[in-house]
Design a protein around this ligand. Structure first.
Ligand SMILES: [Mn+2]
Length: 328
């Protein structure tokens, strides 16, 4: 029976429905978004541990491979990239702002017609599940899962606490973003008390730069230009990225440093990591700037202060010159 603790943070009706659906189900698939990040992975594996301990047959899914950087988390090798919806009587998506983020509807167009729980915190989420726990007020899907576990009255193992803490670290920018609320800090405290391995996270998420990554970041930071729209922009063409190994993976996170440029209001990083595919990341430090809208206009999405987009295309370099006559 779910505990009836006061929890204004989540939709309790949907939380009750989700619990009932979980109790009922035998074979459950949990789906992370493409280009998986620690929030979607941590949320997924926490639920994986809970549902396995309840005797369910559970599998974690993601269309993309889990990046090497995050493979320090236990069980990431258990992820499957091929999903057959009919093999499950319940599907749960975590941290997927849209069905496109999940990316399985391409191969399985009727996937959303199934018993489906959508757990997410992105403002762009259109509640595409049958049951929807969409809390745009919370920092991360990990924070939603934490609230759910407490509400459902299930115990959190040290490993689950580590999974949730990694999601919290990532989505709050190491507790530096404005979504690091008092509730987030309390959650971090609880997770540490529950035995979360904080040092494992710090060592692997932050203190593990390869020389190659440093060189790529150095080159990226050198490129920063402030435009007349007060944005700090860095652009990487495909040819420049060829000389770096794992450029795509190694560029992840550098946008947060570009957005520290004090002369700018927001940061833009544009790259052609895969030939013919433009990828953009947007960040701002300011509450009044809505980058979710800007990314939306470019076919992407995300949060007000952190968003991204991608579309097929090429980057070509243009050099412009300005004539400045000497004073006569
Ligand atoms: Mn998230």
């Amino acid at each position: 029976m779910p505990h009836t603790i006061a929890s204004a943070a989540i939709d309790l009706d949907q939380a009750n429905l989700a619990w009932a659906a979980i109790i009922e189900a035998k074979r459950i698939g949990i789906i992370s978004h493409r280009h998986p990040d620690p929030d979607t992975i941590g949320s997924n594996l926490t639920l994986y541990d809970l549902l396995s301990s309840m005797g369910k047959s559970v599998h974690s899914y993601c269309v993309d491979q889990i990046p090497q950087t995050y493979q320090f988390l236990p069980q990431t090798r258990g992820y499957l990239s091929e999903l057959i919806p009919a093999e499950h009587d319940l599907l749960i998506s975590v941290d997927c702002g849209s069905p496109e983020q999940m990316a399985f509807q391409k191969t399985h167009p009727t996937i959303l017609e199934r018993n489906f729980i959508n757990i997410d915190h992105h403002a762009s989420n259109q509640s595409f599940g049958i049951i929807n726990i969409v809390q745009t007020n919370l920092s991360s899907t990990s924070e939603i899962i934490f609230n759910l576990l407490n509400y459902w009255g299930v115990s959190i193992t040290p490993r689950m606490a580590t999974y949730l803490l990694v999601g919290l670290y990532y989505d709050t920018g190491s507790f530096m973003h404005s979504n690091a609320t008092p509730a987030v800090m309390e959650m971090a405290e609880s997770l540490l008390r529950l035995g979360a391995n904080q040092q494992l996270i710090i060592q692997n998420l932050y203190h593990n730069f390869s020389q190659e990554k440093f060189h790529l970041w150095g080159k990226t930071l050198e490129k920063i230009k402030i435009t007349d729209k007060n944005s700090a922009v860095a652009v990487f063409g495909n040819d420049e990225l060829q000389e770096f190994h794992n450029a795509s993976e190694n560029l992840s996170g550098v946008i947060d440093y570009i957005s520290m440029t004090k002369e700018s209001d927001f940061a833009v990083m544009i790259s052609e990591e895969k030939t013919g595919q433009i990828k953009g990341s947007l960040r701002t430090r300011y509450d009044h700037i809505n980058l979710s809208d800007l990314a939306g206009q470019l076919g992407g999405g995300g949060h007000r202060k952190a968003s991204g987009f991608g579309f097929p295309g090429k980057l070509t370099k243009e050099v412009s010159w300005k004539i400045i006559p000497n004073p006569s």
